[in-house]
Write a protein that binds this ligand. Structure first.
Ligand code: ADP
Length: 242
């Protein structure tokens, strides 16, 4: 297929957004019964669940660490999350994403508070339309907070990129596929620290700081929505309560 036009002369993107707009976002915590913490996050058509178990005993025991918890993370896309069925099981891409997501989360979780245990995070992408690693990270940090795991901050993430020569925030799947660059970024906003930054494609030296500023703007909004989602759950009046 030849490259579709991604931005009109009036600056409108394929899904009607301007260059600096996020997709419609939905977030909810405590969505699953059987995990210790959970979250559902939606960025447009990208939809992701995250479930957290632990801190819990490590099996086999000799794999446990005497001075801290082990953080296990599995990022997985369901076979029906994309147009062409994704093969069952973990692809190389999913193994790589599980690793970079874990490394980003390890920067904020107080693992040393739970020696000899593991904290297990499962990220399930149920519908993919670009930005699944950033949506997965955003959901995972919410699920960790929902599980009551002590953290220095939440992680909020979004991709920025370049399409039809223009920097844009929060790429969707067509923009990711046919654009010139895709740069997922995750931050611990309280410390203004970047905990994940990847770049697929090319952007110039001059564009880089502009792209970063655009991502930060999106991340601050995502961070606000995360805190709101947590407050919604914990300030809700219990059923039948006062
Ligand atoms: P991210 O989802 O974090 O942007 P990628 O840049 O690797 O990660 O993927 C971009 C998008 O490509 C995904 O969000 C998804 O919509 C699509 N995609 C990824 N893997 C597959 C696959 N196996 N089959 C079809 N589409 C895929």
């Amino acid at each position: 297929m030849s490259k579709p036009k991604l931005i009109t002369e009036d600056g409108i993107r394929t899904d009607g957004r301007r260059f600096d707009e996020l997709r419609p976002i939905r977030m909810e915590v405590g969505v699953l019964d059987k995990s210790d913490g959970s979250a559902y996050v939606e960025f447009g058509k990208t939809r992701v669940f995250a479930a957290v178990f632990g801190p819990r005993e490590v099996h086999p025991r000799h794999l446990s660490l005497p001075d801290r918890a082990i953080l296990n993370c599995r990022y997985h896309m369901t076979s029906f999350s994309v147009e062409e069925r994704k093969p069952l099981g973990m692809t190389r891409r999913e193994v790589e994403l599980s690793k970079v997501i874990r490394e980003a989360l390890e920067t904020v979780v107080f693992l040393e508070e739970f020696p000899r245990t593991s904290i297990d995070i499962y990220i399930e992408v149920v519908q993919a339309d670009g930005g699944t690693r950033t949506t997965g990270l955003t959901a995972a940090s919410l699920a960790l907070a929902d599980a009551g795991i002590p953290m220095a901050d939440l992680i909020a993430a979004v991709a920025v990129g370049k399409v039809d020569g223009q920097l844009v925030l929060d790429l969707n799947d067509v923009e990711d596929k046919y654009g010139e660059a895709d740069m997922p970024i995750a931050m611990a906003p309280r410390f203004n620290s970047i905990v994940l930054l990847q770049l697929n494609g090319r952007i110039s030296k001059d564009e880089f700081p502009k792209a970063l500023a655009l991502a930060k703007k999106g991340i601050m909004e995502i961070y606000r929505l995360q805190r709101e989602a947590l407050k919604r759950k914990y300030s809700a009046t219990p059923e039948g309560g006062m």
